[in-house]
Design a protein around this ligand. Structure first.
Ligand code: WT7
Length: 633
């Protein structure tokens, strides 16, 4: 696809064009894809309801564009290069032709289980080729996938299955992660035992081979339903605005919401951003080591690379197994050219010492990427020097589950870099900064809430089953604009630096966690009356979780109480949401209207109580001193 920009000048020209004539711009990009029927209009939109349609009236199938289209030109090229958890295990290479046949067989298997267009299918899987195959199999027949990260609890899984009434859940027997095998089929069984009335079948991949409980009425083995299926399956002709997938993500209030992405716009945007940000070149090995349970894996392990005919490396394991050299060993072994990871992984590996990277030949690396949270200067420089050997541009890519693909980022090798800056918007992306009164802040050297003035093809279309929630969450705060939830700064070169979330969302090791969700989980513990959760800066995780808890009886055995609270959070949400610090408090600072003054709690959690600001409006100012006295850091 020849929409790859080659110079910074070309970027600037493309950017101008995309603002002056967005429809002309994106229409031309979209023409590089295969459509059964052309669109009637490139873009129809308003941000009030909101209602956004890209390529409306067009018909396509994303898997035709990921697979069929490549068969003549690159059928024998590796599409998925899989590196197992166990370094002694064998890597799997699936060519585009093999992947095509596997996807077709699996799509036919799904049909045989009664899955059809529009049905929702939940995935609770390890990072194995079958996960990619399964997603594409859904898209082949027009079913909607909803991947749930396999670190979430049975309760979280059940909530997500029920919110979108999934018909089928696909899992493995066990997941191999580091030194442990995790019984995920058991988690699915537990979720279903909580009540998931829409589920008709559970499709189980035999992966580690360990024994699992089996229900003959419900459970089917992946290999039983897939083997023997025909290796061809006609792609469903999908409307550009038909659903492609749902992905749940946390916000500042309530339960996680199902972010909805549709076929046409997402397809165009995933490929456009992949080719331009990473500057993928023919023959490169691209490695994004996010989990497919997050949007990063959807867009830059599965769809972006495959749409572009790339070789996408998929890694089952963790960065520190069997030791802290694993990433670099894999880079060396597979001659990785482009490497994309999260700051939390960089910081964790940096903390373990330079020697883990030094022993490896990293000369194949050409581009490094970062995503998920701000990358601090120290980590940026370490990544640049120790991993990139000062030869690789770092693309600090800012985006969100809701944006479908990267919105603000350098284009590797084109955009001049500044550490700490996600830099410039991609063509088609129109950011602005808004002040507390909702006014746009012009000029440079300014800071404000980061919003988008204009739709891009990958923008979320809705939140599943509750469109009003989509409006309230993203389009109500600043009418006529999409609000990202982040604060940002713009400098004299127009570069953006992301400051972090401006709402009650915490980024723990790059994972997005809502404070309300954690509080609700903590409150399930018998002794807990009320709780308040805030973020604090954490050396490795970026942010840690600090929980203030009021109990109805004095806690006599604190270590036991702490263990129980952590176990409660792990049971209700998952281990990733476990607080790092727990403090039992006599009360929470509240305003007269009953609102918790989180500002004070954040200050205490940060260990900076020198300037707490005005506390005179508090209903109970006396608790502040007690909270400070009992602070646990
Ligand atoms: C939030 C979105 C985008 C895929 C992974 C996370 C933060 C993301 C950056 C970055 C600073 C970043 C923001 C954003 N974030 N990338 N390069 N610099 N912050 O997706 O879970 O939807 O989280 O992650 O706060 O709003 P997500």
């Amino acid at each position: 696809m020849n929409f790859q920009l080659k110079t910074f000048e070309e970027y600037k020209a493309a950017y101008r064009r995309s603002v002056e004539d967005p429809e002309g711009f994106w229409g031309e990009v979209a023409e590089h894809f295969h459509w059964y029927r052309p669109w009637k209009s490139v873009l129809e939109w308003e941000f009030d309801t909101p209602d956004v349609k890209w390529f409306n009236g067009g018909k396509t199938n994303i898997t035709y564009n990921c697979l069929d289209r490549h068969l003549d030109t690159r059928g024998d090229q590796v599409a998925i290069l899989w590196e197992p958890n166990n370094p002694q295990g064998e890597a799997i290479r699936l060519t585009y032709r093999q992947l095509y046949h596997e996807v077709c067989r699996t799509a036919n298997a799904l049909k045989s289980l009664g899955v059809g267009k529009g049905d929702r299918i939940c995935f609770y899987m390890p990072m194995v080729p079958e996960l990619t195959i399964g997603l594409l199999a859904c898209a082949r027949i027009g079913a909607v996938h909803s991947v749930v990260f396999a670190g979430f609890s049975a309760q979280s899984l059940a909530d997500r299955i029920n919110d979108s009434a999934c018909k089928l859940v696909i899992c493995s027997d066990y997941n191999a992660r580091g030194a442990k095998n995790i019984p995920v089929k058991q988690v699915v069984d537990d979720a279903l035992a909580m009540g998931c009335p829409s589920i008709e079948k559970v499709m189980v991949l035999r992966h580690t081979g360990e024994k699992v409980n089996w229900d003959n009425n419900l459970d089917v083995w992946w290999h039983d339903v897939v083997s023997g299926q025909p290796a061809a399956c006609p792609p469903a002709e999908m409307d550009a605005e038909d659903l492609l997938f749902i992905l749940y993500t946390s916000g500042s209030t309530g339960k996680p919401k199902g972010v909805v992405h549709t076929v046409g716009g997402y397809m165009v945007f995933a490929a456009y951003t992949f080719l331009n940000v990473f500057q993928y070149q023919e023959g490169d090995v691209f490695w994004c080591n996010a989990d497919v349970g997050w949007i990063t894996g959807h867009s830059y392990i599965v769809y972006g690379p495959l749409l572009s005919g790339a070789t996408s490396l998929m890694f089952e394991g963790v960065p520190t197994y069997p030791d802290a050299g694993r990433f670099w060993e894999v880079c060396e072994k597979h001659r990785v050219n482009i490497f994309y990871t999260a700051p939390t992984a960089i910081r964790a590996l940096m903390a373990m010492g330079d020697e883990w990277a030094e022993g490896h030949d990293l000369s194949s690396l050409r581009v490094l990427g970062s995503v998920g949270e701000p990358i601090n200067a120290e980590a940026w420089h370490w990544y640049h020097e120790k991993i990139g050997r000062k030869n690789c541009p770092i693309v600090d890519t800012w985006w969100q589950t809701e944006t479908g693909g990267i919105l603000i980022s350098p284009l590797a090798g084109l955009t001049p870099l500044k550490p700490n800056y996600a830099s410039l918007p991609l063509p088609g992306v129109q950011p602005c900064l808004i002040d507390a009164n909702g006014q746009e802040i012009e000029g440079d050297g300014v800071e404000g809430m980061l919003c988008m003035k204009f739709p891009w093809p990958g923008i979320l279309r809705s939140t599943y089953g509750d469109h009003e929630r989509c409006r309230q969450t993203y389009f109500e705060t600043f009418p006529g604009k999409y609000f990202t939830g982040d604060g940002a700064r713009r400098d004299e070169d127009g570069y953006y630096r992301i400051i972090g979330r401006a709402d009650d969302v915490i980024k723990v090791s790059g994972h997005r966690i809502g404070t309300a969700e954690v509080e609700n989980a903590i409150n399930e513990h018998d002794l807990v009356v009320e709780s308040a959760v805030v973020a604090f800066p954490h050396n490795i995780k970026g942010q840690g979780i600090y929980a203030y808890i009021i109990t109805d009886k004095p806690v006599t055995d604190f270590p036991k109480f702490e263990r129980e609270v952590l176990a409660t959070v792990a049971r209700i949400i998952g281990p990733i949401a476990k607080p790092d610090v727990i403090q039992v408090v006599p009360g929470l600072p509240k305003t007269r209207s009953g609102k918790i003054m989180r500002r004070i709690l954040r200050k205490v959690a940060e260990g900076d109580t020198s300037n707490l600001g005005d506390t005179s409006t508090l209903l109970n100012p006396e608790v502040v001193a007690e909270i400070i006295a009992g602070a646990r850091r």
